[in-house]
Ligand binder design. Structure first.
Ligand SMILES: Cc1cc2nc3c(=O)[nH]c(=O)nc-3n(C[C@H](O)[C@H](O)[C@H](O)COP(=O)(O)OP(=O)(O)OC[C@H]3O[C@@H](n4cnc5c(N)ncnc54)[C@H](O)[C@@H]3O)c2cc1C
Length: 275
């Protein structure tokens, strides 16, 4: 948001929207998080209207940007959640590790005593004394914390209520020339993609020398012909011919984010049994 404030001052926002953006960002950044948590919950779209933003600015700025954060296009997500996300973005910095985002769990794991982590060992059942690993081996535990994907959590804990989940697909294209020589997130007011970024402008090591890597996300799955249409949209947005771009891979994450509608409890009791 801090960079966005400077960016939107360049033309997308009029004085009223700029003033509202400065007020909203300043308050979310400086007010205690408890205030945000206790605030009345509504949809993000209603909260933005109540904060004084014009419909045009919401459509040109907030909706395209937030659709890539919430993975939905209607700004129907809980305003409380929006303020907490906006607060984190305003107070923190955005980064992409040189070794990829896997560097984050690897860093956390490296601080643990040897033998603490067991990889490639899926838990297949919970027992009164611990867990069953890989359908056979029992491992005793004083307490079990289930922090898996939603489908696995629901299988391990029958009756666990699950919200609907949002799906996102990211297309990775290689091109010999960077279509935008800056580390900027490109959004699309015409809803053809949620965001696109030349990753090699953020981390040059993410592609072989002499190539640029472009990552573009769309809501939903990778359907037939979607990449072709996307290529045309990217040609228009980057102002370049994308016909020669090489599709490296398309990655779909089916359970990328739960739907977080107004009324969402930010925390709740989750103990299912003793231990
Ligand atoms: C495309 C995408 C982009 C994102 N971008 C951002 C971002 O920029 N910033 C941000 O803050 N968040 C981002 N997120 C969200 C972030 O990745 C998640 O919030 C975070 O990873 C959740 O962590 P977790 O530990 O709860 O779950 P996960 O990271 O999903 O970890 C669950 C773990 O459970 C393991 N597991 C599954 N089944 C079993 C089993 N049976 N037994 C044992 N283990 C099992 C899995 O192997 C996995 O390691 C993004 C998510 C997606 C999909």
């Amino acid at each position: 948001p801090r960079q966005a404030l400077r960016g939107v001052a360049g033309g997308v926002a009029g004085p009223r929207d700029l003033a509202a953006l400065a007020t909203l960002t300043g308050r979310d950044m400086l007010a205690p998080a408890a205030l945000v948590r206790r605030a009345r919950d509504t949809s993000t779209r209603r909260a933005l209207a109540a904060a004084g933003f014009s419909e045009g600015f919401v459509e040109r700025f907030f909706r395209p940007f937030l659709s890539g954060v919430f993975l939905e296009e209607d700004l129907a997500t809980s305003s409380r959640f929006f303020h907490l996300v906006w607060r984190s973005m305003a107070r923190g910095t955005i980064c992409l590790p040189a070794a990829g985002v896997a560097a984050v769990p690897e860093l956390l794991a490296s601080a643990l005593p040897p033998g603490t982590l067991a990889l490639e060992s899926p838990v297949t059942a919970l027992t009164d004394d611990g867990v069953v690993v890989d359908g056979g081996r029992e491992v005793a535990a004083r307490a079990v914390v289930v922090a898996s994907s939603p489908t696995v959590a629901a299988a391990l804990l029958p009756g666990l209520p699950l919200p609907p989940y949002r799906t996102v697909t990211t297309y990775y294209h290689l091109t010999p020339r960077s279509p935008l020589r800056e580390p900027t997130l490109v959004t699309d007011v015409r809803r053809r993609f949620t965001n696109s970024c030349v990753l090699t402008e953020v981390q040059p090591g993410h592609a072989p020398r002499g190539y640029a890597l472009v990552a573009t996300s769309v809501l939903g799955a990778d359907t037939a012909g979607r990449e072709r249409t996307l290529r045309d949209a990217l040609a228009e947005c980057y102002g370049t011919d994308t016909g020669g771009w090489e599709l490296l891979t398309a990655r779909t994450v089916a359970e990328a984010l739960p739907a977080m509608e107004p009324g969402l409890p930010l925390s709740r009791r989750s103990r299912r049994a003793a231990g």
